[in-house]
Design a protein. Structure first.
Length: 171
């Protein structure tokens, strides 16, 4: 939370043709907002269902999936639900310094977009991303547009190496 994930995915979505974008947080849009084992399972099932439909649709070359995936086991559960599908996966994690994260959160909190609890939760998770098996893009000093350009370079590099196909990017 707060590293520029949604803004970067939106920039990437605008730049790619034959593309679809799933913001994982959309699956949490519920009132009241309840986080428990049952709601987590429901959200993951919804994400798997939507990703499965996107990945199965032949006109989409790219599927962008943006969500806070701070634990490998969450990623593994989602991939298990898609294991019978043939697609190329590029796992990208956006990271930033703690100072940058706090600065961004303060701006969002002043705009009443985030609260202090989210800041503490996001700050605690920063270290978890370092050990994940993903490509890291540090957004501390770059805009969402620049982060999107870096992801585009990664996609082009993969395509030039013969890894062309549907590429859900976790960011």
């Amino acid at each position: 939370m707060g590293v520029g994930k949604s803004a970067t995915c939106e920039e990437l979505f605008k730049a790619l043709e034959n593309c679809v974008y799933l913001e994982g947080d959309w699956c949490w849009m519920m009132n009241p907002f309840v986080v428990n084992a049952e709601s987590r399972k429901m959200v993951e099932d919804n994400i798997i269902h939507v990703l499965r439909n996107f990945l199965s649709y032949p006109s989409f070359q790219y599927v962008i999936f943006g969500w806070v995936l701070h634990l490998e086991e969450i990623h593994d559960r989602i991939l298990k639900g898609l294991e019978d599908l043939d697609f190329n996966l590029i796992r990208i994690t956006l990271i930033c310094s703690e100072d940058s994260l706090r600065h961004r959160f303060m701006k969002d909190m002043n705009a009443k977009l985030r609260d202090h609890n989210s800041l503490e939760e996001s700050t605690k998770r920063l270290k978890l991303y370092q050990s994940m098996d993903t490509i890291k893009i540090d957004t501390t000093d770059i805009s969402a547009a620049v982060a999107s350009q870096q992801i585009m370079r990664i996609l082009l590099e993969r395509e030039s190496n013969g890894h062309i196909g549907t590429a859900p990017a976790q960011v």
